[in-house]
Ligand binder design. Structure first.
Ligand SMILES: [Fe+2]
Ligand SMILES: [Fe+2]
Length: 307
């Protein structure tokens, strides 16, 4: 049995006055407004620490589906890496970038994400990875009955656009990964920040979704089993994705530091148990108890449209 804990959207914050000058003079202004109006109001660092500590205590592997930082500031990268290094002392950690981690064209160009997070994206099949500005993806980790496959959908966008994109090169590499014998004899666990299944209008998808979700689905059409994990929407939800011969589990995680009355949104982690033969036998959420921030309640994950 392997136990995988899934967290997402940590949005590690930096609100130091020293950053103000940079914030007001560039695109980060929109992100900062977002933070002040929405995210800052509900972001609880104590929740984040509770969630991280509990997740590593429960899991053999911690996967983080992006938006690890809030504005991709160096400060935030450093703090996020420190948190994940602490987690990695107890369990293995794998990450993918979110749109907030690749916030500006300069962040992308200067490869700040792989600079900081490289240690968490070391692939067992490095020759099948593509060299992207967000790092070398797909990153594959072969562990007992599972093949964890991390994809990067984080790309810089103009203000108010949060959409993700995998791109042809990465998708072709992903298809090659899925045909590798070491992957084929395991259950693929795909990590991607943006929702791989989206019922919203095409316009909304182009603004906030995974632009090439259809191509991703096509790449997985031959799969007879598998799980796709995502974040971005800050909601804990479970749905299915039909392939040619099976239905894959698609599961979203909420924001790992969010306070919210709705327990599908409130901070927590998802825990998946997968047997040696690759069967997903348990899916549970561990959600922060608002009455006692240091404890978590175990619940099922509500089924519904993933996006
Ligand atoms: Fe997010
Ligand atoms: Fe996001």
């Amino acid at each position: 049995m392997i136990r995988i804990a899934h967290i997402s959207d940590l949005h590690v914050l930096s609100r130091t006055v020293a950053q103000w000058r940079r914030i007001v003079f560039n695109k980060r202004l929109t992100g900062y407004a977002n933070l002040v109006l929405h995210r800052g109001r509900v972001h609880r660092r104590d929740y984040l620490i509770t969630v991280l500590d509990a997740a590593v205590a429960h899991a053999d592997h911690l996967v983080v589906t992006g938006d690890i930082t809030n504005l991709a500031l160096e400060h935030e990268y450093e703090e996020a890496v420190a948190l994940l290094d602490r987690a990695a002392r107890q369990t293995e950690v794998t990450v993918v970038p979110g749109n907030h981690d690749i916030y500006l064209y300069a962040t992308h160009r200067e490869r700040r994400f792989p600079h900081h997070f490289d240690r968490f994206i070391q692939s067992d099949l490095p020759r099948l990875a593509r060299d992207l500005p967000a790092g070398r993806f797909p990153c594959v980790k072969l562990r007992r009955g599972v093949a964890i496959i991390a994809l990067s959908s984080g790309v810089p966008r103009p203000p108010f656009i949060n959409a993700g994109y995998l791109g042809h090169a990465q998708l072709a590499a992903f298809e090659a990964v899925l045909t590798h014998p070491e992957v084929q004899r395991r259950t693929p666990i795909v990590l991607v920040h943006h929702p791989p299944v989206d019922t919203r209008s095409r316009l909304v998808q182009l603004r906030d979704g995974l632009v090439d979700a259809a191509e991703l689905q096509k790449a997985m059409a031959q799969l007879t089993r598998g799980v796709v994990l995502f974040g971005h929407l800050h909601i804990r939800v479970r749905c299915g994705l039909r392939t040619d011969s099976a239905t894959l589990d698609v599961i979203g995680a909420s924001g790992a530091a969010l306070d919210h009355p709705d327990r599908s949104v409130r901070a927590g982690f998802n825990l998946y148990e997968i047997e040696e033969d690759g069967r997903l036998v348990s899916v549970k959420a561990h959600v922060v108890d608002p009455m006692l921030a240091s404890s978590l309640q175990v619940t099922d994950i509500v089924e519904g449209p993933c996006a």
